[in-house]
Design a protein around this ligand. Structure first.
Ligand code: IMP
Ligand code: MG
Length: 183
């Protein structure tokens, strides 16, 4: 038997809690898009585990693609500059696009992403985020599907990283200062 990973940070949501919530959201997505085709557009890299859950538990006709957008804002300004470094190849004209995100923080990344994707003439654009950190929002972005609301913590695991580490943890946790000192 393989050994389990060492626990890092304070656990907020276990794998079973995440699976349960993903199934609830997918039932809603199935209902909302009944009879329609949906392109699940995973925002790399953080959305990978959540994207797998969404594609696994929805029963509607889905296709997947990915986009990479990173926000380079200084910590003192709320208007971060966003850069797209990987463009999806899928033709989005007249298609339903469901952006799958790891976490919405200020909302800068999503706001930019949605405006760029709108140039491709999609039928619809909605957002399904695993986590919503509402306290930090500086834009008018409101995700359509939200896994869990989280407080203003630094979150790791289930795709989310701290300096590219801990994306592989099968749970959602937060880091406190004493955790950061010991890793
Ligand atoms: P926004 O543009 O401020 O909404 O930034 C969203 C992006 O910042 C997310 O997609 C994550 O990649 C990253 N991010 C925001 N909060 C956290 C966190 O608590 N842990 C890890 N990454 C985060
Ligand atoms: Mg992200």
């Amino acid at each position: 038997m393989a050994e389990e990973k060492d626990q890092v940070g304070k656990i907020l949501y276990t794998q079973s809690a995440i699976t349960k919530r993903a199934k609830e959201i997918c039932a809603q997505i199935d209902k909302d898009y009944e009879g329609e085709e949906v392109i699940l557009l995973g925002s790399l890299k953080g959305s990978v585990m959540w994207l797998v859950d969404i594609m696994k538990y929805t029963t509607i006709d889905t296709k997947i693609d990915f986009i990479t957008a990173s926000s380079y804002g200084s910590s003192t300004t709320s208007s971060g500059v966003v850069k797209i470094s990987y463009e999806p190849q899928t033709n989005m004209y007249n298609k339903n696009i469901l952006i799958v995100e790891d976490i919405v923080d200020t909302g800068n990344t999503l706001k930019y992403l949605i405006s760029k994707l709108n140039e491709r003439g999609p039928k619809s654009i909605k957002v399904c985020t695993m986590l919503d950190k509402k306290a930090r929002r500086t834009t008018d972005i409101k995700p359509d599907y939200i896994g869990f609301d989280v407080e203003d913590f630094f979150i790791i695991g289930y795709g989310l990283d701290y300096d590219q580490r801990f994306r592989d943890l099968p749970y959602i946790a937060y880091l406190e200062e004493d955790d950061v000192e010991s890793i």
